[in-house]
Design a protein around this ligand. Structure first.
Ligand SMILES: [Zn+2]
Length: 412
């Protein structure tokens, strides 16, 4: 056997393995830094936000991407004010003075006619000084936000590195890290109103928010599938061994892709689901599934590659099933739904202590199939059923537990 040829074979067959281990190493490095206590939970407009945007900018600079922020930098400053959430009881700062936060934007110019935006928010809750925490204690602890959303931030950084050497060159790529997401999509709203000058028109937008906790069942939520017919046909054909993909149509959802959808751009939203550490100080780097996140990144690269020849995608409006305009609720059940569950009903991912679900004996893993007189088949029917009740109502709920229907009494 020829030693040189063998060397070639070894190089070729080890190339993907090397690429994968590099990806894992890089993800680990980014998330470990971004979710470190030193960054104090990356609160919008804080010192931790600055440390994060300096780190991210430096990485784009090393990759040789074009800065398309303010005055030749990667940073786009934007104003924001805190509007305290009336449902939040532990907000300590009710400061309504004007403040400044920062998006980050880096451009990979392939000389193409259109641009694909790949984005993720990098801000998180800090010490929860503006609320939004699900932590029940009274101490003000750092919310490190490893999954939410150091994971998506790291994914965007690595996608920038990977797509730089990709052969898919019929689009340019704009990598954007938004701030102000947790306070109400401030960064992405500002960004779509103030797009960088000199970039080719936007083709479509991909958003990664919480992609670091892929579970053993491989549940991956993919939102916005209905925003372009090209997505529907591609995703029907794209086989995925690594994931149980849960597709939803709506371009409106709980993250920054909503801002782009509302400006009539096709969007896709990647999300590996909620967990018991969601919006708590325990959302830490030790709990990240790096291999799972690498799989999400590879899946996204496949999508970008497959759409490379499709030109400018057609945009379609969707029925907004996740819309914030859905009925106002007078009651809450106190469960965390499993957003990546594929079956009929609402699967419970977590139960809050002292709330109606917990009092009724609902457990993590139960699947709610009826509430009162109403059948629960999906998120929409669940919300409709909730909206039909008021405080003090007592109803029967049906849940599936261990393959059997169980009736429980719920008092709102
Ligand atoms: Zn969040």
């Amino acid at each position: 056997m020829n030693r040189l040829l063998l060397a070639c074979i070894i190089t070729i067959s080890f190339q993907p393995l090397f690429a994968q281990s590099l990806l894992l190493t890089q993800l680990k490095q980014h998330i470990t830094y971004l979710a470190a206590d030193e960054l104090e939970g990356r609160q919008t407009g804080s010192k931790g936000e600055r440390l994060a945007y300096e780190y991210i900018s430096k990485y784009y600079q090393q990759l040789g991407l074009k800065p398309v922020g303010d005055n030749g930098t990667y940073i786009q400053a934007f104003p924001f004010t805190i509007k305290a959430n009336p449902h939040d009881t532990i907000v300590v700062i009710k400061d309504t003075s004007a403040k400044t936060a920062h998006n980050i934007a880096a451009y990979l110019d392939n000389g193409a006619a259109t641009t694909v935006v790949i984005g993720a928010h990098y801000d998180h809750l800090g010490y929860a000084e503006y609320g939004n925490s699900l932590y029940a204690g009274t101490e003000h602890l750092i919310h490190n936000g490893a999954d939410d959303n150091a994971s998506g931030t790291a994914a965007v950084l690595e996608l920038a590195r990977i797509l730089k050497s990709s052969t898919a060159k019929k689009n340019n790529y704009l990598f954007v890290n938004f701030s102000g997401e947790e306070l109400g999509l401030y960064g992405s709203k500002y960004f779509v109103e103030h797009l960088p000058i000199g970039i080719a028109p936007i083709n479509y937008m991909l958003n990664l928010d919480m992609v670091g906790r892929l579970r053993n069942d491989g549940g991956l939520a993919l939102g916005g599938v209905g925003t372009s017919p090209s997505f529907t046909s591609l995703l029907n054909h794209l086989a995925s061994d690594s994931f149980a993909v849960k597709k939803t149509e709506s371009g409106v959802g709980p993250s920054d892709h909503t801002s782009f959808y509302l400006k009539n751009y096709p969007v896709l939203f990647f999300f590996t689901g909620t967990h018991s550490d969601y919006h708590k100080p325990s959302d830490d780097v030790e709990k990240i599934n790096f291999q799972g996140e690498a799989n999400v990144i590879n899946y996204l690269v496949t999508i970008v590659d497959s759409l490379d020849n499709k030109g400018k995608l057609v945009f379609t409006k969707t029925k907004n099933e996740d819309n914030k305009e859905t009925p106002k609720f007078k009651v809450t059940l106190g469960i965390m739904p499993d957003y990546v569950y594929n079956g009929t009903g609402i699967k419970i991912d977590g139960v809050s202590d002292g709330k109606p679900a917990a009092k009724a004996g609902m457990q993590t893993g139960d699947v709610i199939i009826a509430l009162g007189k109403m059948k629960v088949t999906d998120m929409q029917s669940y919300m409709t059923a909730l909206a039909a009740h008021k405080k003090g109502d007592s109803v029967k709920a049906k849940v599936m537990r261990d393959g059997k229907v169980k009736k429980l009494n719920v008092t709102f």
